[in-house]
Ligand binder design. Sequence first.
Ligand SMILES: NC(=O)c1ccc[n+]([C@@H]2O[C@H](COP(=O)([O-])OP(=O)(O)OC[C@H]3O[C@@H](n4cnc5c(N)ncnc54)[C@H](O)[C@@H]3O)[C@@H](O)[C@H]2O)c1
Ligand SMILES: [Zn+2]
Length: 368
Amino acid sequence: MKTHKINIRTKTKKYSIFIGSKLVNKINSILLSQKLSFSKTLIVIDKNIPSKFKSNLIKNLKSNIKKIYIFKASEKNKNQRNVDLIQKILFKNRFNRDDCIIAFGGGITGDVVGYCASTYKRGIKFINIPTTLLSQVDSSIGGKTGINNSYGKNLIGSFYQPDLVISDIDLLQSLNSREIICGYAEILKSGLLDSIKKFKYLEKNLDKILDLKQPYIQDAILNSCSLKKKVVQKDETEKSLRKVLNLGHTFAHAYESSLGFSKKLNHGEAVIIGIKNAVELSSKLKILNNNSYNLIKNHIDKIPFNKSFKQLFKVKDINKIISFMKSDKKNNSKDINIILIHNFGKIKINFQIKQKLLKKFLISELNK
Ligand SMILES: NC(=O)c1ccc[n+]([C@@H]2O[C@H](COP(=O)([O-])OP(=O)(O)OC[C@H]3O[C@@H](n4cnc5c(N)ncnc54)[C@H](O)[C@@H]3O)[C@@H](O)[C@H]2O)c1
Ligand SMILES: [Zn+2]
C-alpha cells in the first residue's frame, strides 16, 4: 500500500502525518525527510504493546535513546502522577527544548506524553506514533493533550501540536476487537461530521473496516484524518467550529467520569453510546429528520457492540451524570451545551439544554 502524507498547518506549527504500512521500519528516513534530529530522546511505551513492535522501534530508531519509560496506560493512570514521573526523567537526564519525547501507544499514552512535552520547559519536541485505531483516526491529530482528575475527564491539558505523527497500520494487528470498535466510534463520528457520501462508505464497508482489510482500513483512517485536519486548521483552539468534534462526547465524558474511569467502559465505547444519545436527542427535538435518523440508527445497531446506556446506569446515577456534564469544558452557563446533528455534515454546536429537560431525556433512554 502507498504511504500517505497529510500536511497540517496551524497557527502554531506545521507538521506531517504519515499513514501506511511498515513505517516504523522506515522511521529514520522519515525523520530525515522532516529534518528532525535530536541529541536526546525519551520513548514512552504502552506496556501492552507486543514486544516485537517495541524492539522493532528501538532497533530502527538511530537516535540517542536516553531512556525508555514503560507506561501502564489506563484512564486511571492518565494523571498528574505519571506526568511527574515522566518529567522527572527529562529533568534527571537534562533534556532541553531541542530534545524529543516519543509516545508509542494509544490515545491515553499520546495525551499524557503530549501534555508532558507541552509543559516541560514550556515545550520540547514531540513525536506521536499512535498504536490503536482510535489514536490513528483521532487523538494523534490536532494537538489536544490532557489528563484526568477527580473532577472529570481531560480537564487539565493544553493545545500542543506534535512535530510528527507516524501512523503505521501494521501496529493495529495486535488489537482486540473491543479496541477496534472503540476506534470505529471516532471513525463513525467523522463520517457523520463529513458528508452523506462518507457515511455511505462506512455503511457499505463496516465489516471490512472492522476486519482491518485493505484498502478499507487505510481509507477510513485517511478520511478521518482529512476531516480532522480541515477542522483543526480552521479552529485550532476550539473557539467555535472545532466543537463539532465533540459530537457524542459531552455524554461520553460524563459516563466515563461517573464510572470512575473504570475498565467497564472505554472511551470509544462511551462515544458510541454518546453518539446514539446525541442522535436520539436531535431527532426528539426535531433537529434531525426521520430519514437520516433511521439511516444512522440502523448503522449503529449493526456495529457489533452490545453495551447500552441502560445496562450501565440506573435512575439514581442520572444526577451524578448531569453534574459531570455541567463541569464539561464546553459549558459557560448553568444550562448544558450539547452538540447535536442537523444532518450529515451539518452539526449544531451550541445547543443549550435545560437540566430538567436533559434529565427527562436520560430517564427516557433508561426506560427504553
Ligand atoms: N487528544 C485528542 O484529541 C483525543 C481524541 C480522542 C480521544 N482521546 C483520548 O484517547 C484515549 C483513548 O485512546 P485509546 O482508545 O487509544 O486508548 P488506550 O491508549 O487506552 O489504548 C487502548 C488499549 O489498547 C492497548 N494497546 C495500545 N496499543 C496496542 C497495540 N498495538 N496492540 C495491543 N494493545 C494495544 C492499551 O494498552 C490499552 O489497553 C482517551 O483517554 C481519550 O480521552 C483524545
Ligand atoms: Zn473521543
